[in-house]
Design a binder for this molecule. Structure first.
Ligand SMILES: Nc1nc2c(c(=O)[nH]1)N[C@H]1C(S)=C(S)[C@@H](COP(=O)(O)O)O[C@H]1N2
Ligand SMILES: [Mo]
Length: 257
């Protein structure tokens, strides 16, 4: 029985994209009827179901725009040049040694190089960025969907939030910028890890080498300078316990546009 759920088989099940949904459920339903496999596949099944729900859900999506709508100059806000020697050394080298660590409540923690992320299927979307300060800017963003990256590490059923830890120190170097989203937002079809803006390698001011992009929330949720992604059951233990740098200053955790 165990060869049914070999790592290759699991990758096969998890690696399917949109459009293969029925196949996906069929395969899982068959497997879940085998009591021997239930424990082993529970994370995979849970995750597969979460993605499946997202694929068929009526969750709102943000409007997407045309190339003609792209702002000639995208506005940069917050940190534009992280005051972090380690980060600056990585930047000088074109981020060749940068790795995105993805761990926490997952079956197989992994570190992704920029090349590994660029080799994944990418999404390109032209969306509007709304800052809580009252300005908006339309830009074109490219990168893998967060849910495809998460599929590689296989979230455990206990994972409820995704934490994003950044390279830029805030407040005289004591705290670093960080953010968190829930799993529903994590699997949303407009949630991506962007490495390009308007077709160009993401410049430092906008969060090089990788930043979070969400369709439906405000700018401060979209963490720039990503270094580490951690799946957790609660965001309370981090920072000052409110789920993000700006949340710790009083902004709301769910920041809908
Ligand atoms: N790491 C990090 N991420 C961040 C910020 C920051 O200062 N540091 N600022 C946030 C805010 S308030 C906004 S509006 C956007 C700005 O993104 P932009 O510079 O691409 O416009 O990034 C968000 N993500
Ligand atoms: Mo913002």
């Amino acid at each position: 029985m165990s060869d049914l759920i070999s790592p290759r088989r699991r990758r096969l099940i998890l690696g399917l994209g949109a459009g293969a949904g029925s196949l996906l459920l069929g395969g899982c339903d068959r497997l879940s009827n085998l009591p021997q496999t239930q424990g082993v596949l529970s994370s995979a099944q849970w995750w597969t179901r979460a993605v499946q729900d997202a694929l068929v859900s009526r969750d709102a999506v943000a409007p997407e725009f045309s190339r003609a709508d792209i702002a000639p100059v995208f506005r940069a806000n917050g940190t534009t040049h992280p005051d972090n020697p380690g980060y600056q050394a990585l930047a000088r080298d074109g981020f060749r040694d940068w790795r995105l660590r993805v761990d926490g409540l997952v079956e197989s923690p992994q570190s992704f190089s920029l090349d590994a992320l660029r080799a994944m299927p990418a999404q390109t979307q032209i969306t509007r960025h709304d800052c809580v300060e009252g300005w908006s800017c339309i830009g074109q963003w490219t990168g893998p969907l967060l849910r495809d990256v998460l599929a590689r590490v296989v979230p455990k059923p206990s994972a409820r939030y995704v934490m994003f830890f950044c390279a830029d120190p805030m407040d005289e170097g004591s705290d670093y910028y960080y953010e968190s989203i829930d799993m529903r937002t994590a699997v949303h079809p407009q949630t991506l890890l962007a490495y390009a803006l308007n077709g160009e390698t993401l410049p430092m001011a906008y969060g090089a080498p990788l930043r979070l992009r969400l369709g439906l929330q405000l700018g401060y949720k979209m963490a720039k300078y990503l270094m580490h992604v951690q799946l957790v059951s609660s965001y309370r233990p981090f920072g000052h316990g409110n789920g993000g740098y700006w949340e710790d200053q009083g902004y709301t955790w769910y920041a809908g546009i």
